[in-house]
Design a protein around this ligand. Structure first.
Ligand code: ARG
Length: 562
């Protein structure tokens, strides 16, 4: 909000339309700055001289505390005390809704995330898509968008021919009942081993998949069984993570649309037959061909994703479509979006929200058959470690397993989301669980610290922010810094949404918590001065509310004691 006002100030005292306002890197340099380089070049006059001239024309509004020229910059210092009343009263009024905005009003965003392959356990690789997608869902919802969460299950493809073959040949109903996904996955692994020895198996599996595509009764029945057993397992983990979806329409649900999609594709695209497959040549765009139908006449991952895209466009009329999928599928989405471009359907609304790989800094996670690390094992380990730390610290909540759960899960989610999603993550247990690092336990701990101050204060006085309180009493730099942080919350949500980067929000929360702890260590909140105490208590309340709302946008819960 200040940025806009400062823009206007500069506009009015220069000839520049929509001047570029910068945010200085250091607090001491002010809150906003206008660089005079360009004007200096244009007018061929030294920048400080120009800066002086502009400043002399500005009539300082009340929200600005000071205007200072530093070198070629005009630096603006906001009088945060002057807005403290508004910020504090807004947070008190809006509470859990503080942060809600309407820039997405009447616009729909479809987010395709998590989207695991059935008959395989959720592994650590799925963590990223699941938690990034969920956070982007929450962020966009808060911005006022209608958001559709799609779990595009990998429930179709040649691998199910392999699984059906393996099931028919080696299955064991007792083991299937005991641990269905494990059994199916073992069958799958066995198939791969055996197919190296017996080269016929691949053909037999392909045959089973073709039968499945032609709706063979027995194969369809097996496939349905695999799918429902898998979904049941996935949902258990989504429940632990408190994540929901609006649709579980996976790849299989688009197979029936293949004919229609092919008809549209043939009309709008230059399709051709190449070695028995129906493709769109993308050589011109330096990409391998897009496969509509494979040479064995089965549908392809490409075609199913194209059908899904057409379906989503038609049914949701989205403003944007996001695909939260690892970088290893970058080419796939480049091809898909290029095809949609050629069909004049892309219109810059399709986005691949990619992310780097996830690995552990040590060997504490055992791998299962097939060399994968189960997401469930990671979550359980984190909860166990949280319990252990709480025992060691002799925390008052050390026997509360519900709290340990929230801390453990939060640590895993934050350990992921606090990184720029494009980078690879090397996960380090002691780092993500540290109560005093850039972690979710640190944020949860800071929240608890706020609560205990509020509790203590409540015993002595009421915590209603009345407009009679003189919030200008919040003059101390530790206090105005917090007001500034709080006033940035909405802007940070917008930025995280625009860049599809929850880490922007995660890092903001860490800064807020650090500023709060500095305030806590230096300023006595409850004193004999009733008015100043009331103002500070209100500030503490607001910090706790923003930490809570911010964590919620990341998919992390707060706790009441720690
Ligand atoms: N099932 C795929 C996998 O686990 C991810 C699917 C992503 N979404 C999509 N529309 N292709 O690798």
């Amino acid at each position: 909000m200040f940025e806009y006002k400062i823009k206007k100030l500069i506009e009015n005292s220069t000839e520049i339309k929509n001047p570029e306002i910068e945010i200085p890197p250091k607090h001491e340099m002010g809150d906003y700055a206008f660089p005079c380089f360009e004007l200096s070049k244009k007018l061929n006059k030294p920048a400080p001289e120009i800066a002086n001239k502009i400043v002399s024309k500005i009539k300082k509004p009340s929200f600005i505390k000071e205007i200072k020229i530093i070198g070629p910059y005009i630096n603006f210092f906001i009088d945060y005390a002057s807005i403290s009343r508004k910020i504090i009263c807004d947070i008190f009024k809006e509470k859990n809704n503080y942060g809600v905005q309407n820039i997405g009003k009447n616009k729909t965003i479809v987010i395709d995330f998590s989207s695991p392959n059935i008959a395989k356990p959720l592994n650590i690789g799925h963590l990223r898509s699941t938690v990034i997608g969920n956070s982007l869902y929450k962020i966009h919802k808060t911005l006022g968008y209608k958001v559709i969460r799609v779990n595009h299950l990998g429930d179709w493809g040649t691998q199910f021919g392999k699984l059906i073959y393996a099931y028919k040949t080696w299955s064991n109903s007792k083991e299937l009942k005991k641990d269905p996904i494990k059994h199916l996955f073992n069958l799958y692994v066995k198939f791969h081993k055996e197919s190296k020895l017996n080269l016929n198996l691949d053909d037999l599996a392909r045959n089973e998949f073709q039968k499945l595509e032609k709706k063979d009764r027995k194969n369809l029945e097996l496939w349905k069984l695999f799918r429902s057993l898998s979904l049941e397992e996935f949902k258990k983990i989504y429940k632990i993570l408190n994540i929901q979806f609006d649709s579980y329409d996976g790849e299989a649900s688009y197979v029936s649309q293949s004919e229609k999609t092919l008809k549209i594709a043939k009309k709008l695209l230059n399709t051709k037959i190449s070695e028995g497959a129906l493709i769109v040549d993308l050589e011109k765009f330096k990409m391998p061909p897009f496969f509509l139908v494979k040479s064995n006449e089965t549908s392809s991952y490409h075609l199913r994703d194209l059908s899904a895209a057409l379906y989503r466009l038609k049914n949701y009329k989205p403003y944007k479509l996001l695909y939260v999928v690892g970088s290893e599928q970058e080419l796939h989405f480049k091809q898909l979006f290029k095809i949609l471009d050629l069909m004049k359907l892309n219109k810059n609304r399709f986005f691949h929200i990619n992310f780097g790989m996830f690995s552990f800094s040590d060997n504490t996670m055992s791998t299962r058959e097939g060399n994968i690390i189960l997401l469930e094992d990671v979550i359980n380990k984190s909860i166990d470690l949280a319990k252990k730390i709480m025992q060691e610290k002799n925390s008052i909540a050390k026997d509360d397993s519900n709290i340990a759960k929230k801390i453990g899960i939060g640590a895993v989610i934050f350990g992921d989301l606090s990184n720029d999603r494009n980078k690879n993550i090397v996960f380090n247990w002691s780092r993500v669980l540290a109560f005093d690092g850039d972690t979710s336990p640190y944020l949860q701990y800071t929240y608890v610290r706020c609560l205990s101050i509020l509790k203590k204060a409540k015993k002595e006085q009421k915590l209603i922010p009345d407009t009679k309180i003189n919030y200008k009493l919040l003059q101390d730099s530790q206090e105005t810094k917090l007001i500034k942080d709080l006033s940035n919350f909405k802007k940070i949500i917008i930025k995280s949404g625009e860049e599809y980067k929850p880490n922007i929000l995660a890092n903001y929360l860490i800064d807020l918590a650090k500023d709060f702890n500095e305030f806590y260590n230096n300023v006595k909140v409850i004193t004999d001065d009733k008015n100043s105490t009331k103002a500070k208590i209100a500030l503490v309340y607001c910090v706790s509310q923003v930490i809570k709302n911010g964590l919620n946008l990341l998919g992390i819960e707060t706790v009441n004691k720690m």
